[in-house]
Every structure is written in C-alpha cells, then in structure tokens.
Design a protein around this ligand. Structure first.
Ligand code: GRF
Length: 219
C-alpha cells in the first residue's frame, strides 16, 4: 500500500534554492510530503521556473494587487484551500503574513531563516553575524507565529564563521546547510512527529541525525 503524502505548498519571492531542495526531496516517492503548489508574490520569481520544470502547479499572487495585507493573505488562503494544501513552507518569502493567516495555519506553517534564532531575526543576518564576531552561525527552521522570525524551533544547522569570511562566503556556507535542513524538518512535520509544548517544538526521542538537528559539517 502506498503511504499518503501530505500535500504541501511552498511560498517564495525569489531564486528558490530552498524550494529546489524540497523539490529534490519530494522526488523520492517515499518522502512523506508532496509539493502540490508553489506560490510567488513576485511575478517572474526564478523559483517559479524550478517548480514548473518539476511539473508542479504554480501561481503568482502579487501583493501589489491588494489594498490590504488581509486581502492578500486571504487570496493566499483561497489558493491554498483550493489545492488541498495541509502544510505551508515559506522559503525566501519576503512578505510578512498577518495574524489571521499565521493563526489559521499555526503548527502547519514553516519558515527557514538564515541565522541561529533567536540571534539575528530580520534582514542582513550574515553581515550582522560578522559584525558581532560570532564564531558559529547557521540557519533555523521554525513554526511561524505572528511575530517576525519567531516560533517553536524544529531544527537548526550550525556552521563555523571563518577568519577570512565575508558576507558572500558565509551566506554560501549557511545556504548549503539550509538545503540539508529544510527537507528534514518538513519530513518530521509531515510525519506528524512534531508536537508543540508551550513555546517548544518537541521532537521524537531516540532520533538519529535524520530526526535531530545539529548539522555541523566539516569545512
Ligand atoms: C534563504 O537564505 C532563506 O533562509 C531566507 O531567504 C533565502 C532564500 O533563498 N529566508 P532561496 O530563495 O531559497 O534561494
């Protein structure tokens, strides 16, 4: 018997390299999530072509076509409901979603952020990490709450900050582990293995590297 795969939408604004990592994971029929829709708020976002190339339905919902954030969010919800989506992954989606949307999707809405939260929420995380002189940096996949870059942490991947790093080299090192982390975290949510206790996402005990995340690759 084939296991049911949870229908997922990915929301993007740009290049879509994390989307690509999720598409690559999705190519395995045993992967528990299936991407059924990719939505971009930016017309011509490069990630749309990646989705189309993989035979995934795409939609562009341009926030500039809506008078308010709520109307934009409602249009997203309508498209997601129509496609039967059960989990939403934000992957470089550069719009803030309102509380009605984040509340509705609560523990089924994931985001990837390029820092080890709660350090460096917001933009320019790599430049800020360099300026702060941290020796470890990385990325976080978390459940989305109404506050920006906030919510129960599902997984994190850490990389070293090297003495000669600039923003570009550090961003590339982090991006490589983003691509490893996001499919693993989505897998856990799709398998129903993530429970939320207060502010914490609780993962199964006794997991292997596939279930517990401190990815710290050699450089
Ligand atoms: C990634 O660094 C992600 O962490 C952040 O935006 C960037 C998106 O890159 N939220 P891509 O579009 O997935 O290539």
């Amino acid at each position: 018997m084939t296991r049911r795969r949870t229908p997922v939408a990915v929301l993007i604004s740009g290049r879509g390299s994390n989307l690509q990592a999720l598409i690559d994971a999705d190519a395995d029929p045993a992967y528990p999530a299936k991407i059924v829709l990719v939505i971009a708020n930016e017309p011509g976002a490069a990630g749309l072509a990646r989705a189309a190339g993989a035979g995934i339905a795409t939609a562009t919902i341009d926030h500039r076509d809506f008078a308010t954030r709520d109307e934009f969010d409602s249009a997203l919800t309508t498209a997601l409901a129509k496609a039967g989506v059960e989990i939403v992954c934000l992957a470089g989606f550069m719009r803030i979603l309102g509380p009605a949307f984040t509340g509705r999707w609560a523990d089924r809405l994931l985001n990837i952020h390029p820092s080890l939260l709660p350090a460096f929420p917001g933009l320019h995380t790599h430049a800020r990490a360099l300026a702060a002189g941290v020796k470890l940096h990385g990325c976080t996949v978390h459940l989305v709450r109404a506050e920006l870059d906030d919510g129960p942490i599902i997984g994190q991947a850490a990389v070293p900050v090297l003495p000669d790093d600039d923003e570009a080299t550090l961003a590339a090192r982090v991006l490589a582990v983003e691509h490893r982390l996001y499919p693993r975290c989505l897998r856990l949510v799709a398998e129903g293995k993530v429970t939320v206790a207060g502010y914490r996402a609780v993962l199964p005990k006794g997991g292997t590297d596939a279930d517990t995340f401190l990815v710290n690759p050699a450089t």
